[in-house]
Unconditional design. Structure first.
Length: 316
């Protein structure tokens, strides 16, 4: 048994008008084509739906029963279509987004605030985690997209670059390295290093830079929180190496930064999503708003960074 939506519309047109001619007019077809449509419905269901005479059309008992349920079903279909349209227009919907802590409190939070103001009917759940967990959540479908550091990943994932930023050394304001020009890793290694754990997106970059400089990846202190690292630097316990985006949302009173060279440590920030899935309208809007917030920051010169187009913006 297979009944088409067109056949259902034909049945409801007769049921509403109790006239084959008016039903045909309602569907904008000829009366003979309309009569054939009704015969096809009855044949598909193997039941007589109407008693016909030359003067009137009356629903049979089976027809009356079918009418109630078909109207309800058609209303549900129409409601589902309207819901789908509302989601595509960002009148409603939901997106699940992951983000690094250093980005969640800045660009991502700002973008989600923009989304709430522009599309109040759309909801978002934010999952803050370290880079390996964010990549895994996208891979498993637990989040639609993650704003994270670009790393080697399975073929199922695709990274769309947003910007590339430097990692800098954070030291007390009265430290000999404060305010200096770029320093080498060997000079920095004379200071006790405060590094994030190996789960951090920055640790891989730092480890590679230390290796290239012929230095061991053995920090004096290893922490899980950026705020802990900042607190330890303020307490004079050493120098931390941090991404610039993290410092944008941190109280830096009494602290200073020192840029590094040989090599310059860089972290590429990207949007990570599954290659085989179409992002929802809400997730696409989050992506666009994050990009807009990054571009605004770059144009205002809030920190040294390299945009996707390769243009370097110098901090004021």
């Amino acid at each position: 048994m297979k009944v088409t939506l067109r056949q259902i519309e034909g049945f409801l047109a007769v049921a509403d008008t109790l006239s084959f001619s008016r039903g045909a007019q309602k569907l904008h077809v000829t009366q003979s084509a309309f009569s054939q449509l009704i015969r096809e419905v009855e044949a598909a269901l193997d039941v007589r739906l109407f008693d016909r005479t030359t003067r009137k059309v009356v629903l049979t008992e089976a027809g009356r029963s079918l009418l109630l349920k078909m109207r309800s079903g058609l209303m549900a279909i129409e409601e589902a279509c309207l819901d789908a349209q509302a989601i595509s227009r960002l009148e409603k919907g939901h997106a699940s987004v992951g983000a690094l802590p250093s980005l969640a409190c800045g660009y991502v939070a700002q973008a989600l605030g923009d989304l709430r103001r522009m599309h109040p009917g759309v909801s978002v759940s934010l999952h803050e985690a370290q880079n390996p967990d964010l990549v895994e959540m996208v891979l498993k479908g637990q989040v639609e997209l993650s704003v994270c550091a670009q790393v080697p990943a399975p073929q199922q994932l695709v990274f769309e670059g947003i910007f590339t930023e430097e990692l800098v050394a954070l030291v007390p304001m009265d430290h000999p390295l404060a305010g200096k020009a770029r320093q080498t890793w060997r000079k920095l290694a004379r200071v006790p290093l405060i590094l994030m754990s190996h789960q951090s997106s920055t640790r891989r970059t730092i480890a590679e830079a230390l290796l290239e400089s012929g230095l061991p990846d053995k920090p004096a202190h290893e922490v899980a929180s950026l705020h802990t690292a900042v607190g330890m630097v303020r307490a004079g316990m050493g120098a931390a190496i941090m991404p610039l985006t993290a410092l944008m949302e941190v109280n830096l009173d009494g602290l200073a930064t020192c840029r590094l060279s040989s090599p310059v440590p860089l972290r590429r920030i990207a949007l990570c999503r599954r290659r085989d899935r179409v992002a929802s309208a809400a997730a696409l809007e989050v992506s666009n708003l994050v990009r807009m917030r990054v571009q605004q920051s770059l144009q205002q010169g809030r920190h040294p960074a390299v945009a996707d187009d390769g243009v370097r913006i110098t901090a004021r």
